[in-house]
Design a protein around this ligand. Structure first.
Ligand code: ZN
Length: 153
């Protein structure tokens, strides 16, 4: 359930950069599942002191399936949009495919032969623009490095 209207339809007539920016701003303004999750049994915390981003991602995992996912936090548009985008995707995924997506995104942003396609990344692919800005990569990666630590922790 995404009551906040999480699905973004980019305007095809806009330049690609504008579409990317607007998708990111939509997620920032109207994030998916931005709330606490009671009964969460997997918690990932991320902090990026360089930018002041802080977030907590909470998952409810049953067996190997992620039943619910939500996040809370404060930070820049990139970090909050990245959290919203991955949280939206996690619900209903198996833990294995979630780890694959998280790893694939990290490689995608770092330009290191990602194991996932842009199509599979969906909205997450719009964060690609930040890879030109080393300071911003940490913002985009924050929820992913936090989740990775939580999955392997
Ligand atoms: Zn940031």
């Amino acid at each position: 359930m995404n009551p906040g209207g999480c699905k973004i339809n980019g305007n095809m007539e806009q330049a690609l950069d504008d579409v990317y920016r607007s998708v990111i701003m939509e997620h920032f303004r109207d994030p998916c599942n931005k709330h606490r999750l009671k009964d969460a049994n997997l918690t990932a915390e991320g902090k990026n002191p360089l930018c002041g981003d802080e977030m907590t991602l909470e998952l409810k995992v049953e067996g190997d399936k992620i039943m619910e996912a939500a996040f809370t936090g404060n930070g820049c548009a990139i970090s909050m949009a990245a959290a919203s985008m991955i949280i939206e995707r996690l619900e209903g995924m198996t833990v294995d495919s979630a780890m694959n997506l998280v790893d694939g995104f990290i490689n995608f942003i770092k330009n290191e032969n990602p194991s996932v396609t842009e199509e599979e990344l969906g909205d997450l692919a719009t964060l690609k623009g930040v890879s030109q800005f080393p300071m911003r990569i940490k913002c985009a990666l924050l929820p992913f490095t936090a989740l990775k630590a939580a999955f392997f922790g």
